[in-house]
Design a protein around this ligand. Structure first.
Ligand code: NAD
Length: 353
């Protein structure tokens, strides 16, 4: 197989769900250099990149993207070819309870990253300046809620964010657009849909449902459960981001969607059926644990993005929902069982720190 050339990537939020999948891919399949800046918030998990932490091409800086010194120093020291900006506060419910952290990390943090990147980019020699790209990773939630009969959101759809989370991401996207238009900083923005896969923090629908089932606890489902989301396997999203870096047009935006629209309640029921098969309950079915709870305020009915534009770059989703969901469920069972055994061993004194 043709050896791909290696690059230096600065990744923000690399210990989060998507960032860690990106790092695993970039280090495992190529000899790339990774610089990861992450504040190690509640959703981070250092274990998610496994042995990569010991790789000589991996560099980690614990810090907040609102701190310009951390970013500027890392840029100066490592001179990356690309920046992929993933660091953000990401849970809608938390943004409703307290939007302040979302405004700080997602808006001010992005502003700070743009400014530091611009200063860095201006110092580069012609060849590296022409190679450099900054990818801002955003969400389909910025397009707001669609009705069932509405066409999917395209890259030209209006921004109509409804939650503090989506409003903060929309603000970040607008800043990126302005830094490209005004200062010519080479930025590409991507809007992706709901990702699923291993290592997602278990407050999001899929891991939350799996863990509630394994613990034999009630599975909370908002409202009538009929809200529709498009679900993409995280590795497809990663492939999309890398495609956009190599083939995308500077200043453009790309939807990375999977044409896989599902109602929340159907996602939950699919997980229950998989668990009935691979990890059966002693008595009854997992779907008996479903409990409808009061709806989230301002809960959007449907998100759906048109992915035609990125398919023209030669990308399309390759992971099928049913098997990828099953793989994800099995992954969470294994990690849960392993953790349980480790806890028991600690308690019994058979292993020590
Ligand atoms: P995550 O919550 O799992 O991880 C986010 C990471 O960013 C964490 O490790 C956290 O410590 C870090 N972080 C947050 N604020 C920071 C700050 N101020 N400074 C430094 N680090 C900070 O999120 P994720 O699911 O991996 O999402 C990554 C990106 O993708 C986000 O920008 C999110 O908006 C976007 N996105 C995610 C999804 C999804 O389904 N997960 C869908 C669309 C878009």
């Amino acid at each position: 197989m043709k050896k791909q050339s290696s690059h230096k990537y600065l990744i923000t939020g690399g210990y989060g769900f998507i960032g860690s999948a990106l790092i695993r891919e970039l280090i495992t399949n190529n000899n790339n250099t990774i610089i990861n800046i992450d504040k190690l918030g509640y959703a981070s998990n250092k274990n998610a990149i496994g042995s990569v932490r010991g790789n000589k091409n991996y560099h980690f800086y614990k810090g907040d993207i609102c701190n310009d010194k951390i970013i500027s120093n890392a840029l100066k020291k490592h001179s990356p070819d690309f920046i992929i900006h993933l660091a953000a506060e990401t849970h809608v419910d938390r943004s409703i309870d307290d939007p302040s952290g979302f405004v700080v990390s997602n808006i001010l943090g992005t502003y700070n990253l743009l400014n530091s990147s611009l200063a860095y980019w201006r110092t580069l020699r012609k060849k590296q300046r022409e190679k450099f790209k900054l990818v801002l990773v955003s969400t389909d939630e910025v397009f707001g809620s669609l009705k069932l009969k509405d066409k999917k959101s395209t890259e030209n759809s209006l921004y109509k964010p409804n939650s503090p989370y989506s409003a903060s991401k929309a603000s970040a996207d607008h800043l990126g657009r302005a830094w490209f238009r005004t200062y010519k900083l080479p930025i590409i923005t991507t809007n992706t849909c709901n990702n699923y896969g291993p290592w997602q923090f278990p407050e999001k629908l899929i891991p939350l449902t799996i863990l509630k089932c394994i613990q034999n606890k009630k599975i909370p489902v908002y409202g009538n459960g009929k809200q529709i989301r498009d679900w993409i396997y995280v590795d497809d999203h990663i492939r999309g981001l890398l495609k956009v870096i190599t083939k995308g047009k500077i200043g453009d935006t790309y939807n990375i969607g999977s044409n896989n629209e599902l109602r929340n309640i159907d996602v939950v029921k699919s997980i229950c059926s998989i668990l009935d098969e691979v990890y059966p309950k002693k008595k009854g079915k997992y779907s008996e644990l479903i409990q409808y709870v009061s709806d989230r305020p301002g809960h959007d009915t449907r998100y759906a993005i048109d992915n035609n534009k990125i398919t023209k770059l030669g990308w399309k989703p390759k992971y099928f929902w049913k098997e990828s969901l099953k793989r994800t469920v099995i992954w969470y069972i294994n990690i849960h069982v392993t953790q349980h055994i480790v806890v028991l061993l600690y308690k019994s004194g058979k292993i020590r720190e």
